[in-house]
Design a protein around this ligand. Structure first.
Ligand code: N6E
Length: 178
């Protein structure tokens, strides 16, 4: 099986029939102080929301390399240790392409966060997240991060890209993608 395939985690036929686009979503953690770095997105998809760092995975890179590249491009931080913690599948009404988002935690990095063209970084307490300024799905799966559990979730968003009508979420033992 293609090591990138998510079929082993998501079995419904409707999902299998859809095309996917791969994205990354990276959260730098300051474990000593129980803080996480978020960025206010200044342009494009998710503009004006606080989120982790990330974007599309390019054709010539692994998912993990894509995550590391986006983190550096958007925050200036260089990854020293990265681990995948989640897999999220987003379906938007009337959009035939599913968004496949690979979620990572970075617990060691070099450099200091700087504002870039795309993101304005800011630290938040991991138990005091600004969910009202984040994507609607985030408050659902963030508790898995706090418990140190890997997770797989699916969220069916309305065409307004703000609210979702259905979701599934479960813990998994491992997430091993390239
Ligand atoms: C629907 N609920 C959601 N919940 C949490 N996070 C979400 C999300 N939907 C998208 N995301 C993240 O938003 C970024 C978009 O990236 P996006 O700016 O489109 O990519 P990239 O930087 O390659 O774009 P450019 O084309 O260069 O502007 C990327 O991290 C992706 O994982």
């Amino acid at each position: 099986m293609d090591p990138r395939s998510v079929a082993r985690f998501v079995e419904d036929a409707e999902h299998q029939a859809m095309a996917h686009r791969l994205y990354t979503l990276v959260f730098p953690m300051d474990e000593q102080n129980d803080r996480v770095l978020l960025g206010m997105k200044k342009r494009g998809f998710g503009r004006d929301k606080l989120n982790g760092f990330g974007g599309k995975v390019e054709a010539n890179e692994t998912i993990t390399k894509g995550a590391e590249r986006e983190l550096t491009e958007e925050s200036g931080l260089v990854t020293k240790s990265i681990k995948q913690c989640g897999l999220l599948l987003f379906y938007f009404e009337k959009d035939p392409v599913a968004m496949e988002v690979h979620v990572f935690l970075v617990d060691r990095y070099e450099g200091a966060a700087v504002e870039t063209d795309e993101m304005r970084p800011q630290w938040f307490g991991i138990r005091d997240m600004p969910f009202e300024r984040m994507w609607a799905d985030d408050s659902h799966w963030w508790p898995y991060v706090l418990r140190g559990q890997k997770f797989v979730g699916q969220f069916w968003f309305k065409a307004d890209q703000v609210t979702f009508t259905q979701h599934t979420l479960r813990a998994v033992d491992s997430l091993d993608f390239a």
